[in-house]
Write a protein that binds this ligand. Structure first.
Ligand code: NAD
Length: 261
């Protein structure tokens, strides 16, 4: 059986630790590298709450790629780091699975060009939960039939970016499906949310939450609410593992988990 050699960037973070655990549990994958700017030198598996694997967390992505020759690099760092990391991995011809959010449409355009130049694929998914992908798909379907929509996204208090990558992508997908934007007011107060592609997004950050989103559609005399809840970070792992298995068969940049489903 062919083993997939996996490097995890952001290995000491909440999502990175979950990915380390998931990868170590697969018969067709081997964790070969772990990178983070925190907990450098500690064993990645132990940091993830497992038995020691003798893969220490390293500070330098480029050095770790050179030393471990991974097949796939998984990035769950943070919005201010992800672009640089993915560029480093692609320039080393390592296929990338990107879960960190915060990439702008311009960043995605640049990554697409780099994928072409390096002839190396990359999958970027703002949400690896299968249910969230379906929530977005159902929202696109509903958008064709309703006049207006608003999004409420709710996440744990430690999330640094707002609105979430999932909410931004949902708004763009709804707008493309030609739903009218939320009811406009002449001068909107901040409480009306931040508009993306004309759709207001409301961000809630509270301890106790993981990752949740409601898309509320309105038309005369009726509303439709489509809601998805990730109640633990394990919800993202089947999607991440699927992406690790499929990414090397992709061409160029693919955005959204549906690209491999
Ligand atoms: P976190 O803060 O717990 O972890 C981020 C980790 O990245 C930290 O350990 C930090 O030290 C490390 N890091 C930051 N910059 C780095 C760099 N340049 N090099 C190496 N390591 C670096 O955050 P989290 O909750 O694990 O979330 C991580 C990212 O994943 C966020 O962008 C979040 O929005 C996103 N996320 C995506 C999904 C999805 O399904 N795509 C799901 C949940 C979270």
């Amino acid at each position: 059986m062919e083993w997939i050699r996996v490097l995890v960037a952001g290995a000491a973070g909440r999502m990175g630790r979950e990915v380390v655990r998931a990868v170590c549990g697969q018969e067709d994958m081997e964790l070969v590298g772990a990178v983070d700017r925190a907990r450098v030198g500690e064993d990645a598996a132990r940091v993830a709450g497992m038995e020691v694997t003798s893969v220490p967390i390293a500070a330098s992505l480029s050095d770790t790629i050179a030393q471990t020759s991974p097949d796939v690099a998984v990035d769950f760092t943070l919005p201010d780091s992800v672009m640089g990391n993915v560029e480093t991995a692609l320039r080393a011809k390592v296929a990338c699975v990107v879960g960190a959010t915060g990439l702008t449409p311009a960043d995605l355009e640049d990554l697409g060009a780099l994928c072409q130049e390096m002839k190396t694929p990359c999958l970027v998914a703002p949400n690896f939960a299968i249910g969230a992908v379906l929530m977005m798909r159902f929202a696109v379907e509903a958008a064709r039939h309703f006049d207006a929509a608003e999004i409420i996204e709710l996440h744990h208090a430690g999330k640094v970016d707002a609105p979430s990558g999932t909410a931004l992508r949902t708004a763009r997908m709804i707008a493309e499906a030609s739903c009218g934007a939320g009811v406009p007011t002449p001068a909107e107060p901040p409480a009306r949310g931040q508009r993306e592609a004309g759709i207001p997004i409301h961000s809630v950050r509270l301890p106790g939450l993981v990752a949740h989103q409601e898309v509320i559609f309105g038309a005369v005399g009726q509303t439709l609410t489509i809601r998805h809840d990730s109640i633990s970070r394990e919800s993202f792992m089947p999607g991440v593992l699927l992406a690790i298995r499929k990414v090397r068969g992709l061409k160029g940049l693919v955005v959204g988990l549906e690209g491999v489903m």
